[in-house]
Design a protein around this ligand. Structure first.
Ligand code: FNR
Length: 188
């Protein structure tokens, strides 16, 4: 069978290196995985005043997660933490109380930065949030990508063999993780 992966690019930048990384991962992923981006750029700022009547953008977000078998986060690191627009999207999806969209959903975390530690600190923030949201995270392998334009073409082609192998293996492990979680408890 195939698995629907909804992916979040945690950046609003029109030249996002994390979107380039998403193209690379989609090219290298096992064929059982199908990918759809879950956009976050049009969401208003979360406010509990709207819990009783979510705005259309937030309903669309929750419906997109509900349609996904798994979610994948491709995240830059802002000041060693989660970029505001992504945290805002997670807050919308986690509410209203009792209707947390991430409950038991298989999840992967990966990120790219030009820096040497490749979003490692920011990912720890994201993992803490996803733990609280009860997402079923793949905890290993971890993936901290130090981005350089020589390594990634804009269309997602990876120029270096060891990075190609690493990213292909990461997506293969992610497929295995999704299968394991959904074998124990399928998404209804
Ligand atoms: C950054 N950047 C950055 N990089 C990093 O490795 N650690 C960090 O804590 C930060 N902090 C940070 C804060 C803010 C507000 C900005 C705008 C940038 C640099 C960041 O990695 C770089 O801009 C990437 O290109 C962001 O990823 P996208 O948006 O291109 O996917």
């Amino acid at each position: 069978r195939t698995y629907e992966v909804g992916y979040f690019v945690g950046s609003l930048s029109s030249t996002s290196i994390n979107r380039v990384l998403s193209r690379a991962l989609i090219r290298l992923a096992p064929e059982e995985l199908r990918f759809t981006e879950i956009p976050i750029g049009d969401l208003p700022l979360y406010n509990p005043d709207h819990d009783a009547d979510y705005p259309p953008e937030a309903r669309t977000l929750k419906e997109a997660i509900a349609r996904s078998d798994a979610v994948l986060f491709l995240m830059p690191e802002y000041n060693r933490s989660i970029p505001g627009p992504l945290k805002n999207a997670i807050d919308w999806a986690s509410r209203p109380w009792g209707q947390n969209s991430f409950d038991h959903v298989p999840a992967g975390v990966i990120g790219a930065s030009p820096g040497q530690i490749g979003t490692a600190v920011g990912q720890q923030s994201l993992r803490a949030v996803l733990s609280y949201c009860n997402a079923r995270q793949m905890t290993a392998p971890e993936a901290y990508i130090t981005y350089s334009p020589e390594l990634f073409h804009d269309d997602g082609e990876v120029t270096d063999e060891s990075t190609t192998t690493f990213l292909r293996d990461y997506m293969s492990e992610f497929r295995d993780h999704v299968v394991r979680v959904l074998t124990v408890l399928p998404r209804s």
